[in-house]
Design a protein around this ligand. Structure first.
Ligand code: 2BA
Length: 109
């Protein structure tokens, strides 16, 4: 079994959520914040059998697109200012950033 962690843009999260449900994948959605842009994104935790990982990758690829995003980062309030950029930046974000982790045990009580 694998745990797929997928960071996607908020604009794609509903569509991906619907597609996961429709295709019998179980997922948990977490509200997250990108460390670079400091804007909201969505992180999916998806537990999946090994053989279904390629299908899941296709599904995520089909439902998440990359976009150019112009962002004026907000000044960190008492936070780490190391990566703070004080002017608007244009970056290409997503489709999706995906990590596939091995699962040692899965329990569902
Ligand atoms: P953010 O950290 O807000 O990054 C948004 C976009 O900004 C990135 O898109 C990338 O195009 C750009 N970017 C990030 N760090 C940069 C840097 N140091 N210099 C220049 N440009 C930079 P994506 O690569 O598609 O990432 C989208 C989101 O996925 C990220 O949002 C973050 O929440 C997550 N992510 C990406 N790589 C990750 C990693 N290695 N570990 C954990 N989360 C990651």
């Amino acid at each position: 079994m694998k745990l797929v962690v997928a960071v996607v843009q908020d604009q794609d999260s509903n569509r991906l959520s619907n597609a996961l449900t429709k295709n019998d994948f179980r997922a948990t959605k977490l509200a997250s914040t990108g460390g670079f842009l400091r804007s909201g994104n969505t992180t999916f935790l998806i537990g999946v059998e090994d053989g279904l990982v390629p299908n899941l990758m296709d599904l995520i690829r089909d439902n998440c697109r990359s976009r150019e995003q112009m962002v004026a980062p907000v000044s960190p309030m008492g936070g780490n200012a190391d990566s703070y950029i004080p002017y608007p930046v244009e970056v290409e974000v997503g489709g999706a950033t995906i990590f596939v982790l091995p699962i040692e045990q899965f329990h569902h009580f």
